[in-house]
Design a protein around this ligand. Structure first.
Ligand code: BGC
Length: 466
């Protein structure tokens, strides 16, 4: 048998390149995925990643045993052709708030075997991805076995590669028919969602490591507080677009995750979380269930800070809900200096492609805060940076993880770190321009190109050490 380090990386999809070459920081250009070539279809099982090199572990740099290291994606952002969803509909309306449609995205719907194999070969032990409810229940009451089987195959592929699976049941998008009925504002939404959760868990639950009812259900509230460059009109813009979308569709009740009445959406999401979680547990009582909260490292402005108010408004009800969960996923990208609202990044601060301040210490601050408030085990289920300069990503990740390690050393119970994102993907209203991926995607050919940051992070994952 070949030695582990000489085994080709993601051998089914990449030009043969040895693990050693990759770990030595092969230039991104040399590590090009051959996605799209059917001759290179996914084959066989991968071996369990070898333990770290034989040097004695440096305790100061080593993460706890069984620490989960992963990357995340979300269905609508990577799968492509999510045609039964509300977002597909909105993306194609004239004058849409979406800069461009999601189209084929990264064609992860078809290319997941290669993508998952690549993730494992990079050194990760965890994959977080989401179900597309719109595919599974494209018409109210019709559950597609074929689509459930698709997600079962994805989970099974993760198992073949020894990856722990973090499955998000709802990541912003929803079926069209559900949006036409008012989305989360519909009083029947929690029951409709619970029925989906039950069906999905019956079909998939035995392969799920950690389940999440919702990705960032606090975002509708968060939108009221943020004031990033070019985004100050966001909420007004979204309100306007709700009116417009309803007119364009001649659908007076239509509402989606992003556009609707924020308070009603929150009520619906909270009720749906409780019912969805109960439905999952009724099928598999031992399946860990939680959700993923969007949090920034909030700091008070020197004057007139409404920090406590913001926390109570945005996180309060969700941190309460988290207390009953098996774990809480926290997702953070930057800090916010909170005055009356969040203030723009300080003058002269480095900002990322999406206008967020370069502030990797957010991870440490957020886990310390969330752990104190929720008191349950945490997982960092998203963290990353939108940049075309991968060297900034490397620095960001290294500083973020150094901060995470400090918090863990101080006793904060964090079980894993999941980077956003595996692939350069569809960044919602901003389209494909922001580059969050550790792997680039050429959308014309669907070729994957591994960036140096992927090798750096993968090496940390493989060695469980900074
Ligand atoms: C979301 C992702 C998104 C990322 C970067 C999170 O809010 O869960 O879907 O792409 O942040 O904006």
């Amino acid at each position: 048998m070949k030695k582990e380090e000489d085994r080709p990386v993601a051998e089914s999809i990449l030009k043969p390149i040895s693990r050693r070459t990759l770990l030595q920081g092969a230039s991104a250009a040399t590590v090009v995925g051959m996605i799209g070539n059917s001759a290179l279809a996914q084959t066989g099982k991968s071996e369990k990643p070898a333990p770290a090199a034989s040097a004695p572990a440096d305790k100061a740099k080593t993460f706890p045993d069984k620490f989960l290291w992963g990357c995340a994606t979300a269905g609508h952002q990577v799968e492509g052709n999510n045609t039964s969803s509300d977002l597909w509909l909105i993306e194609h309306l004239p004058g849409s708030v979406f800069k461009e449609p999601s189209g084929d995205a990264c064609d992860h719907y078809h290319l997941y075997p290669q993508d998952i194999s690549m993730l494992a070969d990079l050194g990760f032990n965890t994959y977080r991805f989401s179900l597309e409810w719109a595919r599974i229940e494209p018409e109210e009451g019709f559950f597609s076995n074929a689509e459930l089987e698709h997600y079962r195959r994805m989970l099974a592929t993760c198992h073949e590669h020894h990856l722990t699976t973090l499955l998000t049941y709802s990541h912003f998008s929803m079926p069209r028919w559900f949006a036409y009925k008012g989305g989360w504002q519909n009083p029947a939404a929690p029951d409709l969602y619970a029925r989906f959760c039950e069906k999905a868990t019956k079909h998939l639950g035995d392969l799920v490591g950690y389940a999440s009812t919702f990705n960032e259900p606090d975002v509708p509230q968060l939108l009221n507080w943020i004031s990033l460059a070019g985004m100050s009109d966001l909420v007004e813009g979204l309100k306007g677009s709700l009116i417009k979308v309803r007119q364009q569709l001649n659908a007076p009740e239509f509402a989606s995750f992003f556009i609707g009445d924020q308070m009603k959406i929150r009520e619906g999401l909270l009720a749906a979380h409780h019912k969805g979680r109960a439905a999952m547990k009724s099928v598999r009582s031992d399946m860990p269930v939680g959700f993923n909260l969007a949090m920034s490292a909030d700091q008070p402005a020197p004057e007139d800070s409404h920090l406590a108010e913001k926390r109570a408004d945005v996180y309060g009800p969700w941190l309460e809900a988290a207390k009953e969960c098996d774990y809480l996923g926290v997702q953070t990208y930057s800090r916010s200096i909170v005055g009356k609202k969040d203030l723009p990044p300080p003058k002269g601060a480095e900002v990322t492609q999406v206008g967020w301040e370069f502030y990797p210490e957010c991870v440490e601050e957020v886990v310390r805060y969330a752990s104190k408030e929720a008191g349950v085990p945490l997982m960092v289920t998203e963290n990353g940076i939108a940049t075309t300069d991968d060297r900034r990503r490397v620095e960001y990740v290294q500083r973020a993880l150094a901060g995470l390690k400090r918090a863990i050393d101080d006793g904060v119970d964090v079980r894993g770190y999941v980077a956003w994102s595996l692939l350069d993907n569809f960044e919602w209203m901003s389209g494909f321009e922001p580059k969050f991926g550790i792997v680039a995607v050429d959308r014309a050919t669907q070729r994957r190109t591994i960036k140096p940051s992927a090798a750096v992070l993968g090496n940390i994952a493989r060695t469980n050490s900074l």
